[in-house]
Every structure is written in structure tokens, then in C-alpha cells.
Design a protein around this ligand. Sequence first.
Ligand code: ADE
Ligand code: ZN
Length: 329
Amino acid sequence: MTDWSKLPKTELHLHLEGAAQPDFIRMLAAEKSVDLSGVFDADGAYKWTDFAEFLKTYEAACEVLKSPEDFRRLTEAVLAKSAADGVVYTEIFIAPDICGAGDAVAWREYLDALFQAARNAEAAHGIAARFISTCIRNHGAEAAENAARLTAGAAGGLLTGFGMGGEERNGSAQDFVKAFAIAAEAGLGITSHAGELCGASSVTETLDHLPVSRIGHGVRAIEDPALVERLAEEGIVLEVNPGSNIALSVFEDWTAHPVKHLRDAGVPVTISTDDPPYFHTDLPREYEMLAQTFGWHSEDFLAMNLTAAHAAFCDEQTRSTMITRLTGA
Ligand code: ADE
Ligand code: ZN
């Protein structure tokens, strides 16, 4: 078995709270005397059965993440793990609705803590990080517009993207046109979750109405051959999270996952982990499973990492350093 942690990697799709290890959440719960008994199973792992319950557990675990200092500690722990897994550059999803409950003053305090954590992690482990601020689809269009305004007001530096996560079966892409226009106007990179829980039409709607250069997941585009062609032609980059999809039963198993078909059809594909401890995975395990399932080698992963480098929401100096590290040049 190859030790994939040694291979330099770029990760584009990682939710900050979703990357919190259960032990970290339990530590904060103990410090704050919060009862989180419903959140974990008998083995101490996060407990959920389907996507709706996954989101509920996710939100319940977030209950112990209260202060900017909690988020600084979380971010440093997440980045240390990513660096140990070989990640040289990562983009992390955060949410103004969680970091300060949508309040403008609090949001800035959380951002300061997150940026401090990223600087500390870069100094300690050499990993570069950027943040993508997201609206949460099931919080509705108004909350999304507020999140976009908060993000636009703080754009620049380490805050380089805007996106949307949450319950995909709520509302349509069209409801979020204004929020995304605010973010795009501020020069932020744009991505949105689609084609994960909902079918190909959710990806088409996203492409038709939102100014995205990337799609989070997008894998159910496979259901519509014309859409697969469109993704390839327009060079829309997919942030694919195979282990997440399998854990959430979007596909039955690794052999049924369409990532190879999408890549073979010329769609720019990248590999990430989404919410790794929830799905009992990490990036080296994803690589190992892809290598075993599809016969992919280091050259395939290098190609996908270079795709990710070119799609990253960062300045050209950071991109060039990243490419040098990926290629070992
Ligand atoms: N938030 C955290 N993980 C998510 C996922 N896989 N899909 C949508 N929203 C999310
Ligand atoms: Zn996600």
C-alpha cells in the first residue's frame, strides 16, 4: 500500500467545522460543560444515518464552537492534520452564519482569529490556507445576501472566495442570484455545492444563474451527458469528494462513483474530503481508494492537483509556489 501522505496535495473543498475531529469537539464540550451525548455513537464517532441527520449532528457539534478563540484552536488543529496528510495548500469553507451568527462586528473578530491560525499553521507546518465564506442554503436568500455582504466587506488577504453549502433540496439556485452577484462584484472566487443530493438539473441551474468557476461535488452531472460535455467545454472545475458521496449513499460504492467517467470525459476534476471525520476518511485514504478502484497512479494525482492549483482562489505568487511544491521542481 502506498503512503499517500507523502505526496504533495492541494485541497479545495473542506468545511472547517466538518473537519473537527470528535476528540476536539469532546474536549471543548468538557471545558464548557456542554452535554453532547446525542452527537456521538458508542465508538465515539459522529452519529448520523442520512444527509438530514448529518446536518443536524454537524450543527449540534457546532454548539461548543462559540468564541473566536475556539475557532483559532480548531483551525490550527485542522491545518496541522492537513499538513501531516501532505496538503501544501488548502481552501477552507467558513460561514458568517456560524462565525458570529451573521453579526458584522463579531464576524471581523472571527476572521482575525482564523487568519491568525492560518499564519501560525503556515509558520509551523508550511501549509498555505485561504478561506471561502459560505452562505447556508437552508437559511434562505436573505441570510445568504447578508453573508455575501459580510464576505464582500472583508474580501482580500486570506478571504478569497464565496460559496454555498447546506441542504441542497431547499430552494433553487435562482433564489441566490443577488447574494452571488454581491460576492462576485467584490472580486471573490465563486463556487457552489450542487449535484450532490440533487440531480444533474441542480448543476445546470447553478451554471445558468450563478457566476461559478467551480462546483462543490457536481458529480450527479453524470446523469446528463450534455451537461458533462458542457462542464468539459466551459472548464468548470469539480471539487469531488468521493468518500463523502459514498458515506452519504449518493453512490453505492467506490466502483459506482463517476469520478473516472467525468475525468475521462474531459471535466476538470479535483479531489477533496468535505467533512473527513464524519465520513471516516482523510485525503491519503481517498487517494488510496481511488488508486485501488481506478488504477490511478501518482501522475494521475499530480495532474488533478495541478488542475486544483489552477482553479485555486489565490494570488499568482501563491499559485506559483504551490505548483513548485506539487511538482517537486
Ligand atoms: N455542509 C457541510 N458538508 C456539506 C455537504 N457535504 N453538502 C452540503 N453542505 C455541507
Ligand atoms: Zn461540502
